[in-house]
Ligand binder design. Sequence first.
Ligand code: NAD
Ligand code: UDX
Length: 480
Amino acid sequence: MVKICCIGAGYVGGPTMAVIALKCPKIEVAVVDISVSRIAAWNGDQLPIYEPGLEDVVKQCRGRNLFFSTDIENHVAEADIVFVSVNTPTKTQGLGAGKAADLTYWESAARMIADVSKSNKIVVEKSTVPVKTAEAIEKILTHNSREIKYQILSNPEFLAEGTAIQDLFNPDRVLIGGRETPEGQKAIQALKDVYAHWVPEDRIITTNLWSAELSKLAANAFLAQRISSVNAMSALCEATGADVTQVSHAIGKDTRIGPRFLNSSVGFGGSCFQKDILNLVYICECNGLTEVANYWKQVIKVNDYQKNRFVNRIVSSMFNTVSGKKIAILGFAFKKDTGDTRETPAIDVCKGLLGDKAKLSIYDPQVTEDQIQRDLSMKKFDWDHPIHLQPMSPPASKQVNVVWDAYQAAKDAHGVCILTEWDEFKTLDYQKIFDNMRKPAYIFDGRNILDVAKLREIGFIVYSIGKPLDPWHKDTLAVA
Ligand code: NAD
Ligand code: UDX
């Protein structure tokens, strides 16, 4: 029986290993983590992450061939294949701060593997890492072990949150990079055999190590670049009277462009896009490729511009001040169907409004008050360091009120902002919301999910990203 151990029981380690355990009943899978509370949650009724379909998969194999544990050393020692799926955040201090990946957690996992191993192992990079990380890991392992042989593979994960289980069941591709030696090829085959339980062979791609590592950063950069491109167009649409939804539809019909990932929004969020592009930029700079670095930097600049533009639009349309005004924030997660708030655009929008002294009433169906207060009090990049796992509650801000109902959030508000595209926001009773708001009543749709014409009929002043502007907003442009 093959034994797999995965270090890191987070958004990637948990779901990925649960699906491997489900699809390969003869493989024993242990997921280990230093966070005692996270492992307890994986073993309890309330899983630590919200992901459609995940609970069902976990319930089918937990205790059968899927185990969650804090006994890291024993499980690593016993495993044939060790996945490393720890966080690789942006460095906050020292060389490369604000750009380079912080590999502290990766390195400590590698050193621990070297310390406890008693048999040969395949070590799989599941985390997203800079190109050439495999070489560094190889050095740590070989310089610290006696007689034991390691093969390092790069097997980056492409799942998206909110659709993780679907993505894992039916991946566009599985990518495995390894050494071009006979031992390296043997290790690739061993990992291929695991995925071959459910992934068609033509979707399992093999490459050399550096191509696999770089492909992950490249895929995220390309995806984020599409969003920044469409968001840049949204600003031009507002200036010209074009409608970004129509433009996206028209260009997406070109099969060379394709229709997906062309939704204009208040900005992309999530733990990956910004972090991985910054990492790519840093690698380009280290290799003297300034123009290439600047090209990718622009994707992030446009994303920041989009978030700022949204805040400025709100403030300028409300007579250039939101001081003391109540603004309802509907949606705080970085996208629908997840409770994850890492790098959510809601943080920047809320901080922008708080900076102008607004009072916020926030509702998200999956995000707790504690999480929201923590996010709004945390410094940039601090969220992805293990401190975020500690249950520390910051003092609640007097300007921020978190509620459990969209209608309550909007009651007596001057404006409503849609920041996450949760389905339930499409079917709210907007007449009821309008009746209970201060007038003029504003709606700012940062996800383009609402029927603008209907809202205008009710009496709202509506701003929807990249859509033709109300005369009201055109008039206030001069003020902005
Ligand atoms: P996460 O923060 O949810 O999980 C990482 C876990 O690793 C944490 O629970 C942490 O306690 C644990 N950990 C850290 N150091 C450890 C150690 N030495 N020993 C044991 N456990 C340790 O992060 P995530 O979202 O699962 O991301 C993990 C990696 O996967 C990152 O490199 C990320 O870029 C990449 N990735 C993430 C996604 C995504 O959608 N979240 C998708 C693809 C790739
Ligand atoms: C992303 C990649 O899609 C995935 O392959 C990788 O493994 C991890 O990073 P994730 O961040 O979970 O996944 O979600 P994704 O669906 O890519 O959305 C990222 C952000 O872009 C969200 O804030 C989303 O709302 C935004 N987005 C997405 C848009 O603004 N417009 C779009 O058309 C698509």
